[in-house]
Design a protein around this ligand. Structure first.
Ligand code: NAP
Length: 263
C-alpha cells in the first residue's frame, strides 16, 4: 500500500519571494503578521483604513541589517466593507508583483454588550466588517490563488468563534460565521491546491480592547491572572502554518494564553 505514496518527509517551505495581502495591517495582529512575513522575505501589501499607520509600518520594515533579505511592502488604504477597495487592493498587489500567494483576512473588531443593550449601528458595522468584509476579501483575494492552483488563506477568527459568551452574542456570531466561512472555503479550494487556515486566538493584548470599548474588568476576568498573548505569538502561529510543506494543511489553530480557561 505505502508504495503508492511518496512517504519521504518534505522540507518546510521557504517563504522568500512569496506575495501576501494582509488586511488590518495597521495595528495589532495584522501588523505583527506583516512584519514577520516581510522579515522572512515575503512581499506584503498592507491594507487598512489608517494610511499613516501603514506608511509608518512600511518605513519601519524598509530598515534592515546587512545580510537580511526582507520583502518589499505596498501600502493600500481602504475599507474591507467596500468591494471596490478590496478589488483595488488585490489588483494593486497583482500589478506590483505579478502574483498573489497568501491572503491574510485579519481585519475586524469586537464589541461586547448584551443582546438587549447592544447598539444596533455598532452591530451593523461589526457584521459588515467581520463577516461581509471577510467574504469580500476571500471572494476577490482567493480568485488569483485558484488561477495558479496554489496558495494559502489565513482567516482570523477567535475563540469567540468556538465558545459563545454572555455579552458576546454579536461578536461571537461574527466569529462563528468567520469559522464557518473559512471551513466552507477550505472544502471548495483545498482540492484545487489552495490551503485555508483558521486561527482562533484567545486574549491578545492589542488595540482590540480599546476599539471594543471593553470595561476595565473584562480582560482580567478572562485571564484570571494568566499572562495574555501578544500579536507576535499569533504571527508565529501563522508562519508555522505557512511554512508547512504543500501537502500539509493546518486547518485550524486555537491559541489561548496557557492560563486562560474561558472562553
Ligand atoms: N485581540 C484579541 O484578543 C483577538 C482575539 C481573537 C481574535 N482577534 C481578531 O484578530 C483580528 C485583529 O485584531 P487585533 O487584536 O489586531 O485588533 P486591532 O489592533 O484593533 O487591529 C484591527 C485591525 O483591523 C483593521 N480594520 C478594522 N476595520 C477595518 C475595515 N473596515 N477595513 C479595513 N481594516 C479594518 C484596523 O485598521 P484600521 O482601523 O486602520 O482600518 C486594524 O489594522 C480581528 O479580526 C479580531 O477579531 C483578536
Amino acid at each position: 500500500m505505502s508504495a503508492a505514496y511518496d512517504t519521504s518527509p518534505k522540507p518546510l517551505q521557504d517563504l522568500h519571494e512569496r506575495v501576501a495581502l494582509v488586511t488590518g495591517a495597521s495595528s495589532g495582529i495584522g501588523e505583527a503578521i506583516a512584519e514577520h512575513l516581510v522579515r522572512r522575505g515575503v512581499h506584503a501589501a498592507l491594507f487598512a483604513r489608517r494610511s499613516e499607520r501603514l506608511e509608518a509600518l512600511a518605513e519601519r520594515l524598509s530598515v534592515h541589517s546587512e545580510g537580511e533579505h526582507p520583502g518589499e511592502t505596498l501600502v493600500i488604504t481602504g475599507d474591507v466593507r467596500q468591494e471596490e477597495d478590496v478589488q483595488r487592493a488585490v489588483q494593486a498587489t497583482l500589478d506590483r508583483w505579478g502574483k498573489l500567494d497568501i491572503v491574510v483576512a485579519n481585519a475586524g473588531f469586537g464589541y461586547r454588550l448584551s443582546v438587549v443593550e447592544g447598539d444596533t449601528q455598532r452591530w451593523k458595522e461589526m457584521i459588515d466588517t467581520n463577516v461581509y468584509g471577510l467574504l469580500l476579501t476571500l471572494k476577490h483575494g482567493v480568485a488569483p490563488l485558484l488561477e495558479r492552483g496554489s496558495g494559502h488563506v489565513i482567516v482570523m477568527s477567535s475563540v469567540a468563534g468556538r465558545v459563545p459568551t454572555p455579552g458576546g452574542a454579536a461578536y461571537c456570531g461574527t466569529k462563528f460565521a468567520a469559522t464557518a466561512i473559512a471551513d466552507s472555503l477550505r472544502q471548495e479550494v483545498g482540492p484545487k491546491g489552495v490551503r485555508v487556515t483558521t486561527i482562533e486566538p484567545g486574549v491578545v493584548i492589542s488595540e482590540f480592547q480599546q476599539v471594543a470599548q471593553y470595561a476595565p474588568e473584562i480582560v482580567p476576568n478572562m485571564l484570571k491572572g494568566a499572562e495574555p498573548l501578544v500579536p507576535t505569538d499569533i504571527a508565529r502561529a501563522v508562519v508555522f502554518a505557512l511554512e508547512q510543506p504543500a501537502h500539509f494543511a493546518v486547518n485550524e489553530m486555537v491559541v489561548r494564553p496557557t492560563g486562560q480557561a474561558y472562553p
